[in-house]
Design a binder for this molecule. Structure first.
Ligand code: PEP
Length: 254
């Protein structure tokens, strides 16, 4: 299984700051192990700078944090997959909890974005995850199922099965663990990742065993290796602790 370490820089960093962090990451990741990818989801303004700093380093990629499901048009403030690719991105995040819960994106919109991005040449890291109230009321499985079903039921024939390998990864992020310092415990992570894997098998068949499932939520250098050792954890999605290149490099090296 491909291992993925993903940085989500959210709404942080000027172009110069992003270029410096990307250069530090590139310097630290010149000898990327086979089967491992590292990607940075940068602010739109910095995608070109990050792509330039990563140029020629195998296994290092840049992505956008959002895109709109249309080729072009009167969608003020939005950005298309083609624009992201033009800037140097090869990946995009969809369904991040901050998009779902602050910007009000529903499952149907996340599904449209995911499918349109895949159809238009971007690889997608699709984020799913439950709120604390949903977990406490025993709805974990139902929430993950609803979020994944929305996407997979919108997938056209050409994006089923093997066509998704290397193009789709899933980020499981319990909403209550994002940016809160509360990392999910091993029992919770194992339970959630097992649920995500079995739901992926339901929706994508055997290909599900080759779709990486990343854990995200208050990952730090001191908990990364324990998280990576858990069943069905194929990588990490890191927000706050990815802003400093050295801290993200420690997480990748852990
Ligand atoms: C995220 O933004 O996806 C995230 C997991 O953030 P943090 O690592 O800061 O919790």
């Amino acid at each position: 299984m491909q291992k993925i370490f993903a940085a989500n820089w959210k709404m942080y960093k000027t172009r110069a700051q992003a270029a410096q962090s990307a250069a530090d990451l590139a310097a630290g990741l010149r000898a990327m192990p086979e089967g491992q990818s590292v990607m940075v989801f940068a602010p739109f303004t910095a995608i070109g700078d990050v792509a330039a700093a990563f140029n020629g380093v195998p296994g290092l990629f840049v992505g956008g944090q959002n895109c709109y499901p249309a080729a072009e048009g009167a969608f003020t403030g939005e950005i298309s997959p083609a624009m992201l690719r033009d800037a140097g991105a090869s990946w995009v995040l969809t369904g991040h909890s901050e998009r779902r819960h602050i910007m009000g994106e529903d499952d149907a919109m996340v599904a449209r974005k995911t499918v349109f991005a895949l159809e238009n040449g971007l690889n997608v890291l699709l984020c799913i995850g439950e709120t604390l109230a949903e977990r406490e009321s025993g709805k974990l499985h139902a929430v993950l199922e609803r979020q994944l079903e929305a996407v997979f039921s919108a997938m056209p024939e050409g994006l089923r099965g093997e066509a998704l390998e290397g193009r789709l990864a899933v980020g499981y992020e319990p909403v209550w663990a994002i940016g809160t310092g509360k990392v999910a415990g091993p029992v919770e992570v194992i339970e959630s990742h097992a649920a995500a894997r079995s739901l992926l098998q339901k929706f994508a068949g055997e290909t599900a065993n080759r779709l990486p499932v990343l854990y995200g939520g208050s990952v730090k250098p001191n908990n990364a290796s324990a998280l990576m050792a858990l069943d069905n954890v194929d990588g990490l999605l890191v927000g706050g602790a990815s802003l400093e290149a050295q801290s993200f490099l420690q997480i990748i090296g852990a």
